[in-house]
Design a protein around this ligand. Structure first.
Ligand SMILES: Nc1ncnc2c1ncn2[C@@H]1O[C@H](COP(=O)(O)OP(=O)(O)O)[C@@H](O)[C@H]1O
Ligand SMILES: [Mg+2]
Length: 348
């Protein structure tokens, strides 16, 4: 028997779970979507699963959907976009759901787009003095025009550097470069995915992640903070860095909860997770990722729709903080409805 949600007194909802999507994280999303659907059913909700193909088409039970602006989504109360990466986590789907006029789980358009774009995100965090690795954004057009100037800018970050497509995920297209030749190759690799790349100084230490979850309005009314943050978890890997294989191959990583870091570092991580979540305008949930080296805590990124199976880092962190999976997905749907009700009260 799975724990009943604390909100079981509320009426069951009709939820459309969106999974798959156009990005290279399609398969990961299918696993997230299946888990979300099972969790929602365990929490008593009616679920309709919609699969978005790599071709971008939306299908229910193999049948293509025809959607119309302002007409909602299959009569659902809430959509749960269990989608990762471009066209899923980057504001595109969120904009589509706004246009359809249906409440949806997670961050709104701008916040989703911001957190997906590693350059924009780091620039915003830098403007607020958040500690993070030094970085430069590089457009493919500029690298083609003035490669020597780009190499000189990158040299100021030291070696090695991490080179990434600005707007992707799951470590796809990321390379560590230890020489100028490797930098060139890494940039070419990143540009195959995105015309904007980011080059980052290498951070030392352990990777630590926290789950952030927004608080229901009823709890806020009683003085609870706007969001809660889980215990920090530590990513333990054999690989040199947390690449795609380490993320998704069985045994590729182990999550240590709580992270084996000092009390002060843990407190800093949790405070920074909440601060970044608020600064980025996140709603519902996010996973906040850090590099921790002794007392030094650097923010890496926020993921607005992190991998979402019960064995994914986010769900494990929340579970360890006392929120079991069915309760988690239930709360996210309720939060989506609360946000929509608030927005309905605003004039546009
Ligand atoms: N600046 C960095 N210093 C050290 N390791 C890094 C750095 N950037 C990325 N990495 C390694 O690459 C992984 C993936 O990078 P990340 O920026 O989190 O991209 P993604 O969005 O694909 O998860 C990180 O979890 C870490 O292992
Ligand atoms: Mg990451």
């Amino acid at each position: 028997m799975i724990d009943a949600p604390s909100t079981s007194a509320e009426r069951p909802l009709a939820v459309v779970v969106l999974a798959g999507g156009r990005s290279s994280e399609h398969e990961v999303s299918l696993a997230s979507g299946a888990s979300v659907s099972a969790g929602l059913r365990a929490a008593g909700h009616d679920v309709v699963e919609v699969e978005i193909g790599r071709d971008g088409r939306w299908r229910r039970g193999g049948e293509e959907l025809v959607l119309a602006a302002g007409r909602g989504l299959l009569g659902a109360d809430v959509a749960f976009p269990a989608l990762h990466g471009p066209y899923g986590e980057d504001g595109a789907i969120q904009g589509m759901l706004e246009t359809l006029d249906v409440a949806y789980v997670g961050s709104p358009v701008a916040s989703s787009a911001l957190c997906m774009d590693k350059v924009l995100f780091k620039d915003l965090m830098a403007a607020h003095g958040v500690a993070q690795v030094d970085h430069i954004g590089v457009r493919s057009e500029r690298f083609a025009r003035e490669p020597a100037a780009v190499r000189a800018d990158a040299a100021r970050l030291g070696m090695p550097v991490f080179v990434k497509p600005a707007r992707l995920g799951s470590s796809v297209g990321i390379a560590k470069a230890s020489s100028e030749a490797e930098l060139d190759a890494a940039l070419a690799g990143a540009f195959a995915h995105d015309e904007l790349a980011i080059v980052e100084a290498m951070a030392r230490g352990t990777e630590v992640e926290c789950g952030v979850l927004s608080t229901r309005e009823s709890a806020r009314a009683e003085g609870e903070p706007a969001a809660i943050v889980s215990l920090p978890g530590e990513i333990v890997i054999e690989a040199e860095w947390y690449d795609y294989a380490a993320k998704y191959e069985p045994g590729g990583m182990h999550l240590e909860i709580p992270a084996r870091i000092s009390e002060q570092a843990a407190a800093a991580v949790r405070a920074l997770a909440l601060e970044a979540y608020a600064l980025a305008g996140c709603e519902g949930l996010a996973r906040a990722d850090f590099f921790v080296d002794g007392a030094t805590v650097l923010l890496n990124e926020l993921n607005t729709m992190p991998g979402f199976t019960p064995t994914s880092v986010y769900a494990k962190l929340l579970d360890a903080s006392g929120i079991p999976y069915p309760q988690l997905v239930d709360r996210l749907c309720r939060l989506a409805l609360e946000r929509r009700a608030r927005e309905r009260g605003q004039r546009h």
